[in-house]
Design a binder for this molecule. Sequence first.
Ligand SMILES: Cc1cc2nc3c(=O)[nH]c(=O)nc-3n(C[C@H](O)[C@H](O)[C@H](O)COP(=O)(O)OP(=O)(O)OC[C@H]3O[C@@H](n4cnc5c(N)ncnc54)[C@H](O)[C@@H]3O)c2cc1C
Length: 477
Amino acid sequence: MSEIKQKYYEEGRELSVLYSADVVVAGGGSAGFAAALAAARNNAKTVIIEREYAMGGIMTTGLMAKVAIEPYMEGIPTEVMMRLGKDKMAIPPCAFPPKCPVTEMTEVPVDPEATKKLLDDMLLEENVKILYGSIVAGVIKEGGTIKGVIVESKNGRQVIEGKVFIDATGDGDLSAHAGAEYQIGREEDGMCSASTLMFRIGNVDIEALIQHLEKHPGDLMRGGRNMTPQQIRECVFGNPPQYAHIGGFNETIRRVATERSFSEWEWSVLSSRNGILVMNLPNANQVLVNTSRILGKNAIDVHDITDSMLEGRKQCWFIHEFLKNYVPGFENAFLMDTASILGIRETRRITGDYMHTTEDFRKRIKFDDAIMKNTDSIEFHNPKGEGTAFERYKDGEYEEISYRSILVKGLTNAMVIGRCFSADQLALSCNRSIGFCLSMGQAAGTAAAMAVDGGTDIRSISVIELQKKVYPQKFQS
Ligand SMILES: Cc1cc2nc3c(=O)[nH]c(=O)nc-3n(C[C@H](O)[C@H](O)[C@H](O)COP(=O)(O)OP(=O)(O)OC[C@H]3O[C@@H](n4cnc5c(N)ncnc54)[C@H](O)[C@@H]3O)c2cc1C
């Protein structure tokens, strides 16, 4: 699209104050939700500003409804899984209610609609002020201190004042508006990991599908989690059920390719993820599909994000038609929904007082001011084509995240959390799971409330007191 040179100038105008809070959270994804909840639970008057009309971000509106969580992610991450599991709206790794749901890193599929309702309920229980349909469009700053954020909503353009501001927009919008430094994409060409539009299929006959896998083991998922058809059956229909990676379908894709010709586009859709990734969901006969792949786009550019949604929906419908036409069990299935927001793995990474690096991951780094630990693997989705690069931890190994990597460099009262926290590109790829974002949000919200309560700034709080609240494992060796 050619750039239009003509420019217009907006007249200066007075902005009314919509709300005044102690802690202002921008973005209600998993990180922002947990930050707002933790701040309110620590007695801060808290507001959360969300562009969409539900909490959860990529987990819910983005339909990436499978939470990677670790046993030490105590507090809010565990609480959310337990409350969903109790209502059978999460596929628990063991019967609910156990003391702690997990004994090792696990993946918990959740029902996205039930999750939206639960996250609303949890915030309302703590009197968090929720503002939906509101986009953070600017900031009011005095020197290095943010006084308020400018919000655009149906009410127009207004200001929300606060003492501590937490950027949980995923894209670092608040920090970028405040002039913070950031990086985006690969050093050599600025390219970000591929994005994915998620979708759900309903009315799948999963038993028929498993019987097909028994006859055609070449259709099982290969790489990562290799499950036999019988293990899949036990996971899907067990009491309690467990997460199962059902798909792959590479044998069918190859067979169909000999019977009909695929266009280049069709072949790239079917081949770029090593098959079709299908997994079970808490509600019977529903599956989640994580397969579309959108390459070479910048998800903070309006043209690229529009093109990504158009391309993503086209890919989802094609994949759905393929399954319906060629894979037993999908004959009477229907496409329930495509995600209403794009599954963006990364955009801006805001520069903090400290930047978490790939070297930190490889050295299994520990910090005196750690706010959490993590054992997730590097998972970098090729921005230009096929393939995903992995690098994993061995059992018992972990890295820690420094408090300084959520403090925005150059701003006295701003934090940045979730998939836009201060990390290099590969380090972010192993530190962005939903469990991780919930934990990081919990730490940030707690720290923000401590600063407000103590009448101090976010760099002067007692990190040891913060660790006792959010990372007690630091003291257990
Ligand atoms: C395809 C895909 C597969 C993944 N697989 C897994 C997996 O299997 N398990 C796992 O645990 N994790 C997985 N992840 C990672 C994980 O889902 C995300 O990293 C995580 O959900 C990010 O959470 P967040 O809160 O940082 O950001 P987001 O979820 O992006 O939330 C940001 C929120 O801010 C809002 N917002 C944005 N800009 C503004 C603004 N200017 N004003 C107001 N609101 C704004 C958005 O609407 C959104 O609600 C996957 C991610 C993708 C994309």
